[in-house]
Design a binder for this molecule. Structure first.
Ligand SMILES: *[C@@H]1O[C@H](CO)[C@@H](O)[C@H](O)[C@H]1NC(C)=O
Length: 295
C-alpha cells in the first residue's frame, strides 16, 4: 500500500492548481484590500464609487457614475487624486463587466481572502466550502479504492496459498494419515525447498530444522483500520494525545488476540506461538505463481 501516496499527492496538487486564483480575482482582492485598509473593513466597491443605488445599480449606471466622479477626481484637476482615480476607474471596470461583477459579489458575500506578504499572496483563513467538499470526496474515493485493492490482493494471495497446499496434498500418498516429505523445485538447477505434509498440514522445513506452517489464515486480513481513513488519524492520535493516555484494557485484549492469531511454530519439540506480525516468506510455484508463507 506504500505507493499510494504518490497518486494522492498528484490529485491534491491538481485540486490546489484548479483552485488557484485567476488574474481578475487577484486584481479584485488587491483593490478590495487597498480600500478596506484605507476606509475600513466595511468598505466595498459600491460604497467606494458612491453609487446612489449601491448593489442595485446596473452596469450602465456604474459607467455613467464614473463620468460624474471624474469631474471631481480626475488627476488633470488635481494630481493628488491620481491614485484615487486609478482605483475608481478599476472598480468601475470590474463592476461594469457582468462576469467580473459576479466574481466580486461572490467574495463580497462569502468573504475575501487575506493578504500575507510572507506567504506570497492571498490566502483563505477558511477554505471555501466547495474545496472542502472536493477534498473530502477525493479522500473517500481513495480510501474506498485502497480498501477494495486490499481485499482483491488478500483473496488472490489466499487462493494461491490454498492452491499450493492442494498441490502438496495431491502428492501425499498417506491420505492425510501420516508424514510425507516433498521437495519443491522451481527448476532443475534449483536446490529446492523441503516440504512436509503432516496429517494434512503442509510445513516448510527451514535450513535450521524448524518447520513453518503454510496456511492462508496467516495472511493479514484486509481491514478498514489499515486504510488511511483510520491509520492517519490514529497515528496522529498516537504521536500527540495518545502518548499521554495509558493503554486501555481494550488494547490489552487486542494484543492478546493477536498473539492467539499467531501461528504455531514448531522448533524441535517445543511449540511456540508467534505474533502474526512477523515478515512473510515468498515462494514461487512451478507455474510462476508466488505464494507467501510465514517464517
Ligand atoms: C469581462 O471580462 C472578461 C475577463 O476579464 C472578458 O473576457 C470579457 O470579454 C469581459 N466582458 C465584457 C462584456 O466586456
Amino acid at each position: 500500500m506504500k505507493g499510494y501516496w504518490k497518486p494522492a499527492l498528484l490529485i491534491l496538487g491538481f485540486v490546489s492548481f484548479v483552485y488557484a486564483f485567476t488574474t481578475i480575482e487577484t486584481e479584485i482582492f488587491q483593490l478590495q484590500n487597498e480600500i478596506s485598509t484605507k476606509y475600513g473593513s466595511e468598505m466595498n466597491f459600491y460604497k467606494f464609487l458612491k453609487l446612489p443605488k449601491l448593489q442595485q445599480s446596473n452596469s450602465k449606471e456604474i459607467t455613467k457614475n464614473l463620468r460624474k466622479l471624474s469631474k471631481k477626481y480626475h488627476p488633470d484637476k488635481n494630481p493628488k487624486y491620481r491614485k484615487l482615480y486609478e482605483r475608481l476607474n478599476l472598480a468601475t471596470q470590474i463592476l461594469s463587466n457582468s462576469s467580473n461583477r459576479k466574481i466580486y459579489d461572490y467574495y463580497l458575500l462569502n468573504g475575501f481572502p487575506n493578504y500575507d506578504f510572507h506567504k506570497g499572496g492571498f490566502y483563505f483563513t477558511r477554505v471555501k466550502p466547495k474545496t472542502w467538499f472536493v477534498l473530502a470526496f477525493i479522500w473517500i474515493v481513495i480510501n474506498i479504492g485502497q480498501y477494495i485493492i486490499s481485499i482483491i490482493q488478500y483473496r488472490s494471495q489466499r487462493s494461491r496459498i490454498e492452491n499450493f497446499i492442494d498441490q502438496c496434498k495431491q502428492q501425499d500418498n498417506t491420505n492425510g494419515l501420516g508424514v510425507k516429505q516433498l521437495t519443491f523445485k522451481q527448476n532443475e538447477e534449483d536446490e529446492g525447498k523441503n516440504l512436509v505434509v503432516r496429517f494434512s498440514d503442509v510445513y516448510v522445513m527451514e535450513p535450521d530444522g524448524s518447520e513453518t506452517l503454510i496456511s492462508p489464515d496467516t495472511l493479514d486480513k484486509p481491514s478498514v483500520k489499515k486504510c488511511w481513513f483510520w491509520k492517519i488519524p490514529a497515528s496522529i492520535w498516537n504521536i500527540t494525545l495518545g502518548r499521554f493516555v495509558s493503554d486501555t484494557e481494550e488494547e490489552e485484549i487486542l494484543k492478546d488476540n493477536k498473539k492467539f492469531d499467531g501461528e504455531h511454530v514448531k522448533k524441535g519439540n517445543t511449540v511456540k506461538r508467534r505474533s502474526a506480525k512477523k515478515g512473510q516468506k515468498k515462494m514461487e510455484l512451478p507455474n510462476g505463481k508466488v505464494i507467501y508463507s510465514r517464517k
